[in-house]
Ligand binder design. Structure first.
Ligand SMILES: Cc1cc2nc3c(=O)[nH]c(=O)nc-3n(C[C@H](O)[C@H](O)[C@H](O)COP(=O)(O)OP(=O)(O)OC[C@H]3O[C@@H](n4cnc5c(N)ncnc54)[C@H](O)[C@@H]3O)c2cc1C
Length: 389
């Protein structure tokens, strides 16, 4: 039985603890171990399942209300503990529609968000390009205004849900200013002429992932999200919510690895005792549990702070960096404790080992989080000392 005492932390309200408990039961019954040979079909099925059960309603800002970051984080953590693909399905509905939740017009919200929440429309977030990953401002994909439309040309890559999404929030250069200030966000429906899936990408933990190609792709101007030239702000505000939730997913993977390792260590006999009787094992378990708690404290601090309407750029980066890096170490320790079993295909430790890796890269690699934290620290120091930031 997993330790749930952290739900009593002051970051949470009663409803959060209740939500986590109900979801935990639901996930154990409905998504644990759900894996078929076709990852796209599994993903579509999971989106429907999560929508029918009402969980996707938490991934959007319903009825103009705020996004509940703590609920999103608890849901991701819980789903990740049970099934990485279920977490992915939930997360992408939120990330893919996040810009509409935060900046969409009433018509855009009405058209897309209810279908996202019911699991009837699959969402995707298309920011990265072959030559603009960490360096988002190097984006080359363009959107040229033409009468009451925009014409998109260019490429996107590493797009989660690419190929199965019903719509894509696409960031493209509109040229109001150089660099980050000349980008706008658009909603592009699957099947729009001039937009095609250029190729699928296979990764170590299978998910729907693709390259997108736009060639003379004409979309109505009403599909622009927010003001022209504000796309970078839209992307960063969306990431401020979902970056914290990546930390929460890492936490879920780490908790599962810890549970598995602890159970194994108390049963596996060697040298006349069980593995957990050795002080070397105890030291490792202590370190794993402490790393998990440290990641959780940073994650839920960032989520709580955002729900209070405070700026969280630094705190979200700290949470994402710490929770993903420590989850990798916790999972590696679990693999080690299982010995040969830990690297056997399909073993929970082996699956977690593959699942966790990309979290240290996407939505800003660890090095990018370090730069964000340092930039915010220096800005705060400049403000304190009265210098212009
Ligand atoms: C599984 C997966 C799913 C993804 N899903 C999406 C999605 O849905 N939508 C989307 O838009 N993108 C998505 N991405 C893209 C992801 O956000 C990028 O991979 C990420 O931003 C890194 O960009 P890059 O791969 O081009 O690496 P690069 O930008 O080339 O960076 C390579 C490495 O350089 C290092 N680095 C970066 N900056 C610095 C620096 N300043 N100093 C020192 N070292 C540095 C980091 O270690 C980094 O990992 C996904 C990626 C993966 C792997």
């Amino acid at each position: 039985m997993a330790d749930k005492s952290y739900l009593e932390w002051p970051f949470f309200e009663r409803r959060h603890a209740e939500l986590a408990a109900v979801l935990d039961d639901w996930a154990a019954k409905n998504v644990r171990g759900l894996h078929g040979p076709d990852v796209d079909a599994d993903c579509r099925h999971l989106v429907r399942l999560l929508g029918d059960a009402g969980w996707l309603g938490h991934a959007i800002a319903a009825d103009g209300g705020p996004i509940d970051t703590r609920a999103i984080c608890l849901i991701r953590e819980t789903l990740a503990r049970h099934n990485g693909l279920a977490d992915f399905a939930f997360a992408m509905q939120g990330l893919g529609s996040g810009a509409i939740s935060l900046f969409g017009s009433a018509a855009q919200r009405e058209r897309y968000l209810p279908r996202v929440a019911r699991g009837e429309a699959i969402a995707a977030f298309a920011l990265s390009e072959p030559d603009a990953g960490s360096d988002v401002a190097a984006m080359a994909c363009s959107a040229r205004p033409e009468e009451d439309a925009y014409v998109l040309d260019g490429e996107k890559t590493w797009i989660s849900n690419g190929g199965i999404a019903d719509f894509y929030v696409v960031f493209a250069r509109t040229g109001e200013a150089p660099g980050a200030r000349g980008i706008s966000a658009f909603i592009v429906d699957a099947g729009t002429p001039g937009f095609e899936i250029a190729g699928r990408i296979e990764v170590i933990a299978p998910h729907p992932l693709a390259r997108l190609h736009f060639s003379g792709c004409r979309i109505p101007a009403a599909q622009r999200i927010g003001d022209a030239g504000q796309g970078f702000k839209v992307a960063m505000a969306t990431l401020d919510v979902f970056r914290t939730s990546v930390a929460a997913a890492a936490l879920g993977f780490a908790r599962r690895a810890f549970e598995e390792a602890l159970a194994h260590a108390t049963q596996r006999r060697m040298f006349g005792q069980v593995l957990a009787d050795f002080q070397l094992t105890q030291a490792r378990l202590a370190q794993m549990a402490t790393q998990i708690d440290a990641g959780a404290l940073l994650t839920y601090r960032a989520a709580w702070q955002r729900d209070r309407g405070m700026k969280v750029t630094k705190e979200a980066a700290m949470a994402k960096m710490t929770a993903t890096e420590s989850a990798q170490q916790v999972i590696d320790a679990a693999v080690q404790m299982f010995g040969g079993l830990g690297v056997t295909s399909g073993h929970p430790a082996e699956q977690l080992y593959r699942e966790i890796r990309a979290l240290r890269i996407y939505e800003g690699a660890t090095e990018v989080q370090q730069l964000i934290i340092a930039r915010e620290l220096l800005r705060e120091a400049a403000v304190t000392s009265g210098e212009t930031p």
